[in-house]
Write a protein of this length. Structure first.
Length: 608
């Protein structure tokens, strides 16, 4: 996490750096800082807390200069504080660095540098970097950065400036994202495209261990071996307005309302009535698909929850065994992988370090990897054998919403694609599911019109310390996502439980007034689920129940009911997650939480 930016050009750097950081705050917001060079002096301004604090500081004490680097931090090593904020500077004051990632051998490097007389002032891993560069500096900043990174283990995207070469920024990445922006007489580095989208749409995506030197005359890129290389300049087609709230109070609620469009866009050209499902430029042949004997879906957080739905539907429709794994666990449990294994790496950002590491592990062992991601050109997209994009558009709120629903759509598309090739479903059955899928955007819009019951439940329950989400089958998979949304933005402890499992222990926690959301959209499990809901209402729980339109019998069991448009069982997660996102949102608002930037979190988790 953390976001870095850099600017060199003919304008004042400071406002441009701050503007860029404002688009990267989703990556971390524990502190912020910039380093700007004026003539041959590096001026630093940095402080604990949100970017707003840095802005205030810069208003009273501006820093001047036309070249600089900036950082917004998600603390890993060392508490959020002024001293631990980036940029970090070498002890002699000549080199300043912003860093996203973790230097895993920093203690060793710190000891080594200390033995040579270097002093350290912060608790961060980053502070070794400027000192290491300083140690190797012999009149050539690029050469010193190359030598320094050869000693570093871990992950990094770095922006480096030196008062000895005040006209340039040197940058490099390994396992942390970094793009280079090319404008007219101005050049940029950034952790992510939105930071520079107001200034340029032309970017280079750097690969691991590629170095870049930027000055006001242009950009030079070097291979890990130090040879100058040419790369393709990519023009970003995103709409810059996507990074604005467009009249909504928060990005999260805006993104919740964008779901009908995101779902429609993600189905476009893949699901067309009467035509076979197409999967972009996926290079798998019918024989390749028949050869698969096991699929691992690997992901983290919300993407993992989409993967749980994926397991159900791929097994049900395509009859291929699927395991769903938390990415950070996958590679350490020695999973059985061979050339018949397919991994689906699911990641909104395409940069999640745990998912990337799992992908690499699977590839090393001979598996084929399909990435499902929302970010074109991201590391996971580039390293996978095939990529399928969720066309959700830019997702800024830390709590994922439209990325989840579009990931669900691609889980269905992949399941149907395999079913079509393996003949595990008839043409008519596939057409029926496709037609039902095409009606989902409409149905999501319908769900979004009815918020009163949800607002009332949120108003009556936001002060609770604990909550439970119950469901069976796919409703259980969605319950997990509802529970995560609640935890992360409204800070209410919550648990998702399979309806039938509660009585094996957890029901001991249910007492008078316990808040429960029960999801009962699976026609085949409706009766059983209602019995499970009765088990908690009998013990005094206050239950909001979700059911499909027409299943009004739920009203005799729950305190309040919310109805979802009718759909087929496998597709209901796309509808039932919407009220769960809304309830979490309304509870967070009632509690006065910072919805778009929940405490301790960052959107893009680029450390393991
Ligand atoms: C929760 C959330 C996280 C992410 C997780 C994986 O709302 O956003 O749980 O889903 O960090 O991120 P990606 O999908 O970018 O790999």
């Amino acid at each position: 996490m953390c976001g870095i930016v850099g600017y060199v050009g003919k304008k004042e750097a400071s406002p441009i750096l701050v503007e860029g950081l404002s688009k990267l705050e989703y990556r971390g917001y524990d502190s912020a800082g910039i380093a700007v060079i004026d003539k041959d002096v590096i001026e630093i301004s940095k402080c604990k807390g949100r970017l707003a604090n840095l802005k205030d500081k810069l208003d009273t004490s501006p820093v001047k200069g036309k070249i600089g680097i900036g950082h917004t931090r998600w603390a890993t090593h060392g508490e959020p504080s002024d001293i631990n904020s980036h940029p970090h500077t070498s002890e002699n004051g000549s080199i300043s660095v912003v860093h996203n990632g973790i230097i895993e051998n920093y203690l060793h490097l710190r000891e080594w540098l200390s033995s040579k007389g270097y002093k350290f002032y912060s608790e961060t891993d980053t502070e070794v970097i400027p000192n290491l560069i300083c140690h190797f500096y012999n009149g050539d900043l690029l050469d010193a950065v190359m030598k320094a990174v050869s000693k570093m283990e871990g992950s990094y995207a770095l922006g480096v400036v030196s008062c000895d070469e005040p006209d340039k920024i040197v940058a490099v990445r390994k396992d942390s994202p970094l793009v280079v922006g090319v404008g007219t007489d101005e050049f940029f580095i950034a952790s992510d495209v939105p930071a520079i989208l107001n200034r340029t749409r032309d970017v280079y995506y750097l690969n691991d261990k590629e170095f870049v030197v930027l000055n006001d005359a242009g950009v030079k890129i070097y291979s890990p071996e130090g040879d100058e290389i040419k790369k393709e300049l990519v023009t970003v087609t995103w709409d810059a307005d996507a990074a604005e709230k467009g009249g909504y109070e928060h990005f999260m609620i805006k993104e919740i309302h964008e779901q009908p469009k995101a779902i429609r866009d993600t189905m476009t050209s893949r699901i067309i009535p009467g035509q076979p499902i197409t999967l972009d430029n996926i290079k798998m042949t019918k024989a390749d698909i028949e050869n698969i004997d096991r699929i691992y879906i690997v992901a983290c957080g919300t993407a993992y929850h989409a993967g749980v739905v994926g397991k159900y539907v791929i097994e049900k429709l395509a009859k291929i065994p699927v395991e769903i794994d938390i990415a950070s666990e996958f590679r350490y449990r020695d999973p059985i992988i061979n050339e018949k294994t397919l991994m689906i790496a699911l990641s909104q950002s395409g940069e999640t370090a745990d998912t990337l590491a799992a992908l690499r592990e699977a590839k090393t062992k001979g598996a084929r990897v399909i990435a499902i991601t929302n970010v074109v050109g991201s590391s996971i997209a580039r390293e996978a054998d095939d990529v399928i994009y969720t066309w959700a558009g830019l997702e800024i709120a830390v709590a994922s919403t439209k990325a989840y629903t579009t990931q669900l759509i691609l889980m269905y598309v992949v399941a149907l694609y395999f079913a079509q090739h393996k003949n595990t479903l008839g043409v008519d059955e596939i057409e029926k599911i496709k037609n039902e899928m095409l009606s989902l955007p409409e149905k999501v819009s319908e769900v979004l019109k009815h918020k009163e019951v949800l607002q009332k439940f949120a108003a009556n329950n936001y002060m609770h310390k604990d909550m439970f989400f119950l469901g069976r089958g796919l409703d259980y998979a969605v319950a997990m996502e509802g529970s995560l949304k609640t935890k992360e933005i409204s800070y209410i402890h919550s648990e998702a439980y399979a309806g039938g499992e509660l009585k094996h222990g957890t029901i001991a926690l249910i007492e008078k007034g316990t808040a429960v959301i029960a999801i009962a959209t699976q026609e085949s499990l409706y009766g059983k689920m209602i019995s499970n809901v009765k088990e908690v209402t009998t013990r005094g729980a206050n239950v909001l129940g979700f059911a499909l339109e027409g299943n009004t019998s739920i009203e005799s069991t729950v305190d309040s009911a919310f109805y979802l448009p009718k759909t087929i069982d496998i597709l209901s997660p796309v509808l039932s997650v919407i009220p769960l996102q809304l309830v979490a949102y309304y509870m967070a608002i009632q509690k006065g939480c910072d919805v778009d930037k929940p405490r301790n979190l960052a959107k893009s988790v680029t450390v393991e």
